[in-house]
Design a protein around this ligand. Structure first.
Ligand SMILES: *Cc1c(COP(=O)(O)O)cnc(C)c1O
Length: 361
């Protein structure tokens, strides 16, 4: 039996995609083998990776002067790869809105001067700071953000004013959840296990002029964007099966109507949950309203015991992985693209019932 899986990542995937992959497991389209077993240099696989890229380009309307790279090492390896490749002046500005941004900032500090130009740590990262007029460093190579903060449930609704500097964004947990204007960024990247596919793949979308030989001395070959760009993500064996599943999810997204349609659907889903949180006398959202994420929704009862009881009872009812991140406690419902609206409706119905049972009449 399938459950409603509210995990922050690895997370729910479209059932249709899983079924297709299952049907193709032993014999991929007459090749006589699984995608896991085939050469990444074969004709069959070449079609898989090329189509995946073409579909992603179509979905996000990626301009021609951007490269799409399918890499590995997760989002966290990019925390180092970005400064190693982009810090020409050895200076970068970081906006720290959560643990992931903080980790990226700390990693960049190993390779150059990383400036924390804004932070929301003073209020447990429950909001996005005003980024309209930040002290951007004159010689900054880029300005870095984590666009959707998976752990805290905040999202940048407007991009920071970088005063002409290159914007770099970690979009791991909001990848393909709504349309984006790629041309506003120098580099967009994300681990795919939140909203796209299996863990192990990280997708990097990078403007061509940022891909150069001029990288930090000692940068390993595998950590150079140029190597992967020149070899169309096939410098070495890529995470081939993971890319194949990503490709299937891209096709599924196109079938749903693309990113405009996903945005509408995601807004509808999130509204059901946020509307209830706003009227409930037991459950409270933890994020400043205007900064609420469509993807990750943290909430609390105010009592640790009750939180634990809720997580336990919800799991027994087939609503699983609702425990909040260990650094915030409480609950978190991750309602990515592949979470059907019925899942959110069931969750809210269950919360209402729980509220009734746990508040005095
Ligand atoms: C999960 C997550 C990461 C870390 O991803 P890994 O693939 O495990 O390295 C980084 N950034 C964000 C926003 C995330 O949600």
């Amino acid at each position: 039996m399938r459950v409603y899986n509210f995990s922050a990542g690895p997370a729910v995937l479209p059932e249709e995609v899983l079924q297709e992959a299952a049907a193709e497991m032993l014999d991929y389209q007459g090749s006589g083998m699984s995608v896991m077993e085939m050469s990444h240099r074969s004709k069959v696989y070449d079609k898989i990776i090329k189509e995946a890229e073409a579909d992603l380009r179509e979905l996000m309307q990626i301009p021609d002067n951007y490269k799409v790279l399918f890499l590995q090492g997760g989002a966290s390896s990019q925390f180092a790869m970005i400064p190693m490749n982009l810090m020409k002046n050895k200076v970068a500005d970081y906006i720290v809105t959560g643990q992931w941004a903080k980790k990226a900032y700390q990693e960049a500090a190993i390779y150059g001067k990383a400036n924390k130009i804004a932070s929301s740590e003073d209020k447990t990262f429950s909001y996005i700071p005003d980024c309209s007029d930040l002290p951007i460093s004159e010689d900054a190579d880029y300005v870095y953000i984590c666009e959707n903060n998976t752990i805290y449930g905040t999202k940048f609704k407007t991009l920071p004013n970088t005063k002409g500097k290159t914007l770099v964004a970690d979009v791991s947990s909001c990848f393909l959840s709504e349309p984006v204007d790629v041309s506003k960024y120098g580099l967009i990247y994300g681990g795919v296990q939140k909203n796209i596919g299996p863990a192990g793949v990280v997708i990097v979308i990078i403007r061509e002029d940022l891909i150069t030989e001029d990288v930090l001395a000692g940068t390993p070959t595998m950590f150079r964007y140029k190597i992967h760009a020149d070899n169309e993500s096939l410098y070495n064996t890529p995470p081939a099966y993971g890319i194949y599943i990503c490709g299937k999810v891209f096709k599924w997204l196109k079938k749903q109507g693309g990113l405009e349609a996903m945005k509408e659907y995601n807004e509808k889903k999130a509204k059901i949950l946020y509307d209830y949180l706003d009227e409930s006398s037991l459950f409270k959202g933890t994020v400043r309203k205007e900064d609420r994420s469509l993807m990750n929704v943290p909430f609390v009862t105010g009592s640790e015991e009750l939180d634990a009881e809720f997580v336990k009872e919800a799991a027994a009812a087939g609503l699983v992985n609702l425990k909040g991140h260990r650094s915030v406690g409480g609950m978190r419902a991750s309602i990515y693209n592949a979470m059907p609206i019925e899942g959110v409706e069931k969750l809210v119905a269950f919360m209402k019932e729980f509220e009734q049972n746990h508040t005095e009449a």
